[in-house]
Design a protein around this ligand. Structure first.
Ligand code: ARG
Length: 443
């Protein structure tokens, strides 16, 4: 029973929040006259001494005492006696644990938000640096149209900005205080829930006592936001793995984020990126685990709810570690400019520019231009040359209206510079977007 029942092995991580909650609760009990000022002072001093002991690493948690709440209360009573026995008036572990977890998660979200911002900063810095560097843009992982490396990095800045928005939403909704809901029905004591909510930095007390002790939406919302952020990290990690592979050779990662093989001396394996890619699996698992725990759980508290903490801790840890590793890799990577821009020119990547030129200059319907371009690509392919290298006479044999001016749109530089529409890949647009984000993130 002790093995299945005890949560102290993992919920000791909530000790600060548990003490914080108890201090606020005791102060409120004294203010409304449920306990004496002297009792409150004894409780406060006792809890502060316990906090110092836990901090020093000397505190011994007892699995026979089930969880962090009972461990701390038992220790308090052992130290200060009678006043310690009054602390649990007008509360229950049910409202206590819900309060602790909200406090913990609020802090975790703030830390993660700062880490996501740091990642965006790193991406925007590198995007500014690479605003002009051409790379192949892919659809279906087939070279489609040239883009800039900076533009590609800025796409992730937008994704991570949405992740911050989701974390902020979650934080705002979780910021209500369950304390005072007691076991499930509220309490007959004249407590002041406004006071404890305020003392703990919550916007307001939870409105319904049953909901207050049984709700874990805040944990699920966090896990959903974390899973999505982890998906973004995983996509970026996958691209880093591809870019660093010998087939692509777009970037190089230093030894700091790669490892050698124990038997193949030529290898530089992108381990950190691979692990970031894999961590998203754990975080998705945490979300599904908690969704499954909560589905079908009758109101109000059930011990099932004790299973909320490990997925939340594990996901928060995995996300934090992934973010730290990703910031490191983004700052570390070095683009192979010659290789990347060289590849951007391959695969007839300016075919769309040619078709657009036929539409713009000759007034050709786009479908016809698409067809003509297809034939010109086939010609170039047959001769083993790029579109820019295809002689004018060859082009005119296919479409007499084509003039020398067409070569102005067939270079990579011309292609990317021309995509100057809002949100497009033109270097000027990319540089401006990177600058704008760097300014916003700094401010
Ligand atoms: N260890 C429990 C948890 O984490 C604390 C609440 C226990 N409440 C109860 N009625 N047994 O959920």
């Amino acid at each position: 029973m002790q093995q299945i029942n005890a949560s102290i092995g993992f919920d000791q991580r909530l000790w600060r929040q548990d003490i914080q909650g108890s201090l606020a609760h005791a102060a409120m009990l004294a203010r409304v006259g449920i306990i004496s000022a002297a009792d409150e002072t004894a409780i406060r001093k006792g809890l502060e001494a316990i906090a110092a002991e836990i901090e020093s690493g000397k505190f011994v948690f007892d699995p026979a005492l089930e969880d962090i709440h009972t461990n701390l209360e038992a220790q308090l009573i052992a130290r200060i006696g009678e006043p310690g026995r009054r602390l649990h008036t007008a509360r229950s572990r049910n409202d206590q644990v819900a309060t602790d977890l909200r406090l913990w998660l609020r802090e975790a979200i703030d830390g993660l938000d700062g880490q996501v911002a740091a990642l965006m900063q790193a991406l925007a810095d590198r995007a500014g640096e690479y605003a002009h560097l051409a790379m192949p843009g892919f659809t279906h992982l087939q070279a489609a149209q040239p883009v800039t490396f900076g533009h590609h990095l800025m796409a992730y800045v937008e994704m991570f900005a949405r992740d911050r928005g989701r974390l902020a939403d979650c934080r705002r909704r979780l910021n209500e205080c369950p304390l005072g809901a007691a076991a499930l029905a509220g309490t007959a004591f004249p407590i002041d829930r406004q006071m404890t909510a305020e003392a703990l930095g919550f916007a307001r007390p939870c409105a319904n006592s049953l909901d207050a002790v049984s709700d874990r939406d805040f944990a699920l919302e966090f896990l959903a936001a974390a899973a999505l952020a982890a998906s973004h990290l995983s996509r970026l990690a996958e691209e880093i793995v591809l870019w660093a592979s010998p087939g692509f050779r777009f970037i190089r990662l230093s030894d700091a984020y790669t490892s050698g093989s124990s038997i193949m001396p030529q290898k530089r394996n992108p381990d950190a990126a691979e692990l970031v890619r894999a961590k998203s699996g754990r975080i998705d698992g945490a979300l599904v685990a908690l969704l499954t725990v909560l589905k079908g759980l009758p109101l109000a508290y059930g011990k099932d709810l004790q299973e909320d903490k490990e997925p939340v801790f594990d996901a928060a840890d995995a996300l934090s570690l992934s973010l730290a590793a990703m910031v490191g890799m983004v700052r570390d990577l070095v683009a192979d400019a010659a290789r990347m821009s060289g590849m951007a020119a391959e695969g007839f990547s300016t075919a769309t520019d040619l078709a657009d030129w036929l539409v713009r200059t000759l007034g050709m319907p786009f479908r016809t231009a698409h067809h003509v371009t297809g034939r010109l690509v086939a010609k170039a392919e047959g001769r083993g040359v790029s579109l820019a290298e295809l002689p004018l006479a060859e082009m005119q044999a296919e479409e007499p209206g084509i003039t020398q001016a067409v070569y102005g749109v067939l270079s990579i530089a011309a292609s990317i510079a021309s995509r100057n529409s809002l949100g497009g890949t033109a270097p000027a647009r990319v540089a401006a977007a990177a600058e704008e984000w760097r300014r916003r993130l700094a401010g």
